[in-house]
Write a protein that binds this ligand. Structure first.
Ligand SMILES: [Zn+2]
Length: 296
């Protein structure tokens, strides 16, 4: 599949209260429009997007692929996530906190076997509050630790709390790392229970979605096991890594230019609301009454 990617500076991508990352970009200097032809899968596309220096919120809308992402690992529940994913032949992307690798040195390699690894900074710090040199250290130290344990070159990066600005964008671009945000938030970090987590994801899901989850929360594991993975299977979504998503269903130039709002689409998922209700195991009349936040 060939498409092209262009960019201009992103200054406003999200609406307040969307549940997706707030834009913290403060300008950063616009880049001239450019066109890119995507011909190589996965890492090639990732590298191209990283050079553009703009964050990724989602893939395209053309395939039935979704990228689950798990932040803040590795940790005591990592093996449970991996077991569930393996059972479903699912892939995912793990954004790791560098300093945690000292306690869990074997897990990154196991995660790599089932997906892609990303840099979630060394100490899970708010990068937007740091000078450029400290941002660089946070990214480089974590990347080095992940590479040492998993023997992989790390190209993906996610700022803790989705907090970024022009300095963060510039450093990531200089390091050749793609800033991967999300367009669907499970709200597991906010204390949602397992049924709420599943509802938050399923009610906002659409092809090309990048889903924010955390691997060290028991409620997240329970949501995956009992609702999410079975429902996604019934909806016939293919669960892929972020590089796979970019290879199979890359965002269009228009999507990238619109940031988070570029992830909106008219029909929210493959299948009607009725189909999704069936996947959720609830009646249609109940489905319409369920409260959920509007992601976009
Ligand atoms: Zn985090």
């Amino acid at each position: 599949m060939a498409t092209w990617l262009g960019t201009r500076s992103h200054s406003s991508e999200a609406r307040s209260g969307s549940g997706a990352p707030e834009p913290t970009h403060s300008g950063g200097g616009s880049t001239s429009p450019r066109r890119r032809t995507i011909s190589s899968p996965g890492k090639g596309v990732t590298a191209r997007l990283a050079r553009l220096g703009v964050p990724l919120y989602c893939g395209g809308h053309r395939g039935h692929v979704v990228a689950l992402t798990f932040d803040d690992g590795p940790g005591p529940y990592t093996h449970l996530v991996l077991r569930l994913l393996r059972r479903d032949h699912a892939r995912a992307t793990f954004f790791l906190v560098g300093r945690l690798l000292r306690d869990w040195p074997v897990l990154p390699l196991r995660e790599r076997a089932l997906g892609s690894l990303g840099d979630h900074t060394w100490s899970h710090i708010n990068l937007a509050a740091l000078p450029a040199a400290a941002v660089t250290s946070q990214l480089e130290d974590a990347r080095r630790a992940i590479s040492a344990d998993a023997h992989v070159r790390v190209q993906l990066f996610r700022p803790p709390y989705g907090s970024r600005n022009a300095t963060v964008d510039r450093v990531a671009r200089r390091l050749g790392m793609l800033d991967v945000l999300w367009n669907v938030d499970s709200f597991d970090w906010a204390g949602a229970n397992w049924t709420q987590i599943a509802r938050n994801v399923l009610h906002h899901l659409s092809p090309g979605a990048i889903v924010l989850m955390h691997e060290n929360r028991g409620q997240t594991i329970r949501a995956l096991k009992f609702i999410l993975l079975p429902a996604l299977r019934r909806l016939r979504y293919r669960l892929v890594t972020v590089p796979q998503l970019l290879a199979l269903d890359p965002p269009s130039t228009a999507q990238l230019d619109r940031g988070l709002e570029g992830c909106a689409r008219n029909s929210p998922s493959p299948g009607s609301a009725k189909t999704r209700s069936a996947a959720l195991g609830i009646e249609k009349r109940d489905y319409s009454r369920l409260s959920f936040r509007t992601a976009l």
